[in-house]
Design a protein around this ligand. Structure first.
Ligand SMILES: Nc1ncnc2c1ncn2[C@@H]1O[C@H](COP(=O)(O)OP(=O)(O)OP(=O)(O)O)[C@@H](O)[C@H]1O
Ligand SMILES: [Mg+2]
Length: 265
C-alpha cells in the first residue's frame, strides 16, 4: 500500500493495475538529460519493430514532444483536462513514425497544476487506453514533483536517464530513492545518455548502481547506453525524428538496442 505521504494515494500499489506493464515512464530527476528525445526515438524504434506504440507527453505544462517532431496537433491533453475530449480523441497518429502521440500543451497552467485526484483519473484513462497498444511511453518532466511521482507509480517500469555529470547521477539516485520512499511498484532501469563511449557509460552506470546498492539496497538494471552523437541535436534542430533523419548513426543504433530489450507486454 502507498504510505500516507505518497502522492498517489489514489492508486494503491497492492491493487492490480491492468496494462501497467505496458507503461514505461522515461524519468530522470535532472532536466535536459535527453528524456524527450529518447522517448521519441524509443517509441519510433518500437514502432519499426511492428509494435503498437503510444507516446504520452507527461511533461504537463512544458510539453516538448510535438515541438521536437515539428507537429501542431489540433487535439491535445488540454481538451482532456477540460473534459471536452476523451484520451482516445486526443490521440494523434504520427504517420511518419508509425506510432501515436498524446501531445501536451506548453505553458498551460491548468495542466501543470492538475490536482492529484484529476491526475489519478487521467492515469486510469491511460491504463484503459493501453489496452490497444503493446507499449505506452511516458515522457516525464524533470524534478520530483507530484505529477512525476504519480505517473511513475502508474507505470510498470521506469527508465531513469542519467548522463556522466555528477549532478545527473545524483538526481537519478534521488529519483530512485523517492520512488522507494513512495513504495512505487515500478521496476527501475537505467539509461546512460550522452556517453562518450560504451565503456564510459558502463562506468557511469557502475557509480549509480553502487550508490543504489550501498544506501538503498536495490540493484536497478542497465537498460542501455546511448552515445553522445551530434546527429541528435541536428535531428531536433530539423524537428525530424532521429531514426528518420540519421537511421544508422551511433545514437540510433543504441536506441534500437534498447527497443530490442523491451519485450511486447
Ligand atoms: N545522445 C545524445 N547525444 C548528443 N546530444 C544529446 C543526446 N541526447 C540528448 N541530447 C541533447 O540534449 C538536449 C536535451 O534533450 P531533451 O530535451 O530530450 O532532454 P529532456 O531530459 O527531455 O529535457 P527536459 O528535462 O527539459 O524535459 C537535446 O536538445 C539534445 O541536443
Ligand atoms: Mg523533455
Amino acid at each position: 500500500m502507498s504510505t500516507a505521504t505518497s502522492p498517489a494515494a489514489d492508486l494503491p500499489a497492492s491493487l492490480p493495475r491492468p496494462n501497467a506493464n505496458k507503461l514505461l515512464a522515461i524519468a530522470s530527476g535532472k532536466g535536459g538529460v535527453g528524456k524527450t528525445c529518447l522517448a521519441i526515438s524509443i517509441a519510433h524504434a518500437l514502432a519499426r519493430r511492428g509494435r503498437r506504440t503510444l507516446l504520452f507527453d507527461a511533461d504537463l505544462g512544458l510539453a516538448n514532444v510535438d515541438i521536437q517532431l515539428g507537429l501542431m496537433p489540433s487535439r491535445d491533453l488540454g481538451g482532456v483536462v477540460t473534459g471536452r475530449l476523451t484520451l482516445a480523441e486526443a490521440t494523434t497518429p504520427f504517420d511518419a513514425g508509425g506510432f501515436d502521440i498524446v501531445a501536451g500543451r506548453s505553458g498551460c497552467g491548468r495542466l501543470a497544476g492538475m490536482p492529484p485526484a484529476r491526475l489519478a483519473l487521467l492515469g486510469e484513462q491511460l491504463l484503459a487506453t493501453a489496452e490497444t497498444y503493446d507499449h505506452v511511453l511516458l515522457d516525464l518532466g524533470a524534478g520530483l514533483e507530484q505529477t512525476v511521482r504519480q505517473f511513475s507509480q502508474l507505470a510498470g517500469s521506469c527508465a531513469v536517464v542519467t548522463t556522466d555529470e555528477p549532478t545527473a547521477i545524483t538526481d537519478a539516485y534521488a529519483f530512485i530513492k523517492m520512488a522507494q520512499a513512495d513504495r512505487t511498484p515500478s521496476a527501475m532501469r537505467i539509461i546512460v545518455n550522452m556517453a562518450t563511449s560504451r565503456r564510459d557509460g558502463e562506468r557511469t552506470f557502475g557509480a549509480l548502481l553502487r550508490a543504489c546498492e550501498s544506501f538503498l539496497k536495490v540493484s536497478p538494471e542497465l537498460l542501455g547506453i546511448v552515445r553522445r552523437d551530434l546527429r541528435v541535436r541536428e535531428a531536433i534542430r530539423c524537428q525530424t525524428p532521429l531514426l528518420t533523419r540519421f537511421p544508422t548513426c551511433e545514437a540510433a543504433a543504441d536506441v534500437e538496442a534498447i527497443a530490442a530489450r523491451l519485450p511486447a507486454a
